[in-house]
Design a protein around this ligand. Structure first.
Ligand SMILES: Cc1cc2nc3c(=O)[nH]c(=O)nc-3n(C[C@H](O)[C@H](O)[C@H](O)COP(=O)(O)OP(=O)(O)OC[C@H]3O[C@@H](n4cnc5c(N)ncnc54)[C@H](O)[C@@H]3O)c2cc1C
Length: 415
């Protein structure tokens, strides 16, 4: 904590106050000047620098321990709150940093360069949980939950179930209307952040006979009887908790219905559409992080009397990966700016997630090869990125689901 304070970190809250009035989208619209996707506001650039410092100086030394223990130290989570990374878009009057969606992605990308698990926590908390509360919460719900989510309480997004993954609307969790409250019963699977969470955004059906039109969304507190049944042991993202979460006769007051009863399916689709851009930022960061680890080695290691990075066979490979990482980043920030400009970004978000997750896997695999035997050792720290990359093709919609979304939009255009 002290070490972190001593860094020249900008307070994200301080940035927020100046950032609030100067969003990128409004400046584009005001001046109608097209810019490259490398154009960021001063505040976004400062945030990138400060999160990069945080990741390098505070998170990186903890990574081996987090991998070994498969959990995140609570002090690190407190640090994320303290520096405004858990309420990036939340307004300053509710305790947040009041920055842009792009700023949230910048934080996610920078964190993933060093540890994709920490990045996942920040991503899910911000782009799914805070966003749904901000968008659909009543004034009372927003005022009750957004300040705590910006300052001290971790949140989870509970949609998937054993029989409802890609087909999320096959969910079985039941919310029975009991007059002054709903009674929640069911089991959610693979829920990120759930070990640490105090607040759960839960999708359940009020009437299974209505199909997807019965799905509704609830804000549930851990203390009301939410239990963690099992913490999964995973291939990657080991420090990010992924658990089976049980809701057994959990009483949820009616004022904790998020939005309208029966519209939960719509909210879930909307959140995942934009959440996907967060995963794309995470995968872009992962790819860049592993690339940044391998490239310097190419100019330390000599074979046949030359740096291995000077062999054309190596140059062509890293030039290719550098190009693909750049393409990932452009797809990601383009989708983000489209969302900020109020355009339809569904296809672009799907493309960004699909492509960046492919690039992350490829970059991690190549980086290990580039470092030869050393790359294959755990000590080098690359194999973790190789394992972590795999999740990009699975959560918030598998790669097949992204392809299906893109194909549907393409077909509509040409049919
Ligand atoms: C680490 C981790 C964290 C997660 N975090 C969360 C979370 O916080 N909250 C949450 O709600 N969920 C979470 N999930 C769940 C995740 O979103 C699901 O695992 C994902 O949606 C895929 O569902 P599934 O596992 O049931 O796979 P399935 O849907 O069974 O898919 C298996 C395979 O079949 C393919 N497939 C399925 N249907 C089709 C189709 N129609 N056409 C073509 N191919 C198809 C898929 O592409 C995939 O390759 C997490 C999962 C993991 C592993």
């Amino acid at each position: 904590m002290l070490a972190f304070r001593s860094l020249k970190l900008i307070s994200t809250r301080a940035i927020a106050l100046s950032a609030a009035k100067r969003s990128f989208s409004s400046s584009i619209v005001a001046h109608n000047t097209p810019t490259s996707l490398h154009a960021f506001t001063d505040d976004e650039l400062m945030l990138r620098e400060s999160v990069a410092d945080f990741a390098q100086n505070i998170i990186k030394p903890l990574v081996p321990q987090m991998e070994e223990e498969e959990q995140m130290p609570s002090e690190l989570i407190s640090n994320l709150f303290e520096h405004g990374l858990m309420g990036v878009e939340t307004s300053a009057d509710l305790g947040g940093s009041e920055m842009s969606f792009t700023a949230a992605l910048i934080a996610i990308e920078e964190l993933a360069k060093v540890d994709p698990s920490v990045s996942a926590m920040v991503d899910i908390h911000n782009t799914l949980c805070n966003t749904i509360l901000k968008k659909y919460g009543t004034k009372e719900l927003s005022e009750r939950y957004l300040p705590q989510l910006a300052t001290k309480s971790v949140a989870s997004f509970c949609l998937s179930e054993a029989g409802a993954g890609s087909d999320a609307f096959a969910l079985q969790t039941r919310a029975e209307d009991k007059g002054d409250h709903y009674l929640l019963n069911g089991t959610k699977m693979w829920i990120s952040n759930s070990k640490e969470a105090d607040v759960f955004i839960v999708f359940a059906t009020v009437d299974p006979s209505k199909g997807y039109k019965g799905i509704s969304c609830f804000v549930v507190e851990r203390d009301w009887g939410v239990t963690i049944a099992k913490k999964e042991k995973k291939l990657g993202l080991r420090a990010s908790s992924t658990c089976v979460v049980n809701f057994d006769d959990v009483k949820v007051p009616k004022e904790n219905v998020l939005g309208e009863i029966g519209l939960g399916y719509k909210y879930a689709i909307e959140m995942l559409n934009e959440g996907r851009i967060g995963i794309a930022a995470q995968m872009t960061g992962l790819a860049q992080g592993v690339y940044d680890m391998a490239l310097p080695y190419m100019y330390e290691r000599k074979q046949f009397g030359r740096h291995i990075g000077d062999f054309q066979g190596m140059q062509h490979q890293y030039a290719q990966i550098a190009t693909e990482i750049e393409a990932s980043r452009l797809l990601t920030y383009n989708a983000a700016r489209m969302r900020e400009e109020g355009r339809n970004f569904v296809q672009e978000a799907a493309m960004a997630k699909l492509f960046s997750s492919q690039v992350a896997e490829k970059a991690a695999s190549k980086a290990i090869e580039w470092m030869g035997g050393i790359g294959f050792t755990r000590e080098a720290g690359l194999e973790k990125f190789y394992r972590d990359a795999k999740i990009g093709a699975i959560y918030e919609g598998t790669s097949n689901m992204q392809l299906q979304t893109i194909a549907k939009i393409q077909a509509e255009k040409y049919k």
